[in-house]
Design a protein around this ligand. Structure first.
Ligand code: HEC
Length: 124
């Protein structure tokens, strides 16, 4: 008779501990919702994104320090001044009048997007 009682007690402990474990699991659903973060939107800046494109794709012609004789575009002030013209010309096709980069392959969509984003972000 004692054994049956002991068995009942052990069984009761097992049932109670299992029931407790299931409690915190119901709250994990709400924790996951608070972890969702807003997407990080990076600002495109001249020094970090545009300048290297100009020196590699628009040089030497537009880079005076490299011997370029055309309008300088390798500094913020001049790039801002010519921004509209730059964005217009790099979207033309080779052979079009005014196409840039002159006598060179067209920039990739990603490279063109960098110039457009820089203008959209306020040309800093
Ligand atoms: C091989 C030399 C060469 C390269 C490379 C070149 N350009 Fe030019 N660029 C020229 C010449 C030549 C002109 C003047 C003729 C004209 O206006 O079409 C010019 C004119 C311009 C003008 C108008 C300035 C003015 O005097 O009216 C802009 C803006 C311009 N280029 C932007 C660019 C950009 C942006 C790139 C790079 C993506 C680039 N160019 C690459 C030779 C070059």
């Amino acid at each position: 008779m004692k054994k049956v009682f002991l068995f009942a007690v052990v069984l009761a402990i097992i049932i109670v501990s299992c029931a407790r474990k299931s409690v915190p699991q119901t709250s994990t659903g709400t924790d996951a919702v608070t972890e969702v973060k807003a997407p990080v939107v990076e600002v495109t800046k001249f020094e970090t994104s545009v300048k290297s494109l100009i020196t590699t794709k628009c040089g030497p012609c537009h880079v005076p320090s490299a011997g370029g004789k055309k309008v300088a575009l390798d500094n913020l002030q001049d790039a801002q001044k010519w921004a509209d013209e730059i964005v217009k010309r790099i979207q033309m096709n080779p052979g079009d009048r005014g196409y840039m980069p002159f006598k060179n392959p067209k920039l990739s969509d990603e490279e063109i997007a960098v110039f457009k984003k820089w203008v959209k972000d306020g040309m800093n």
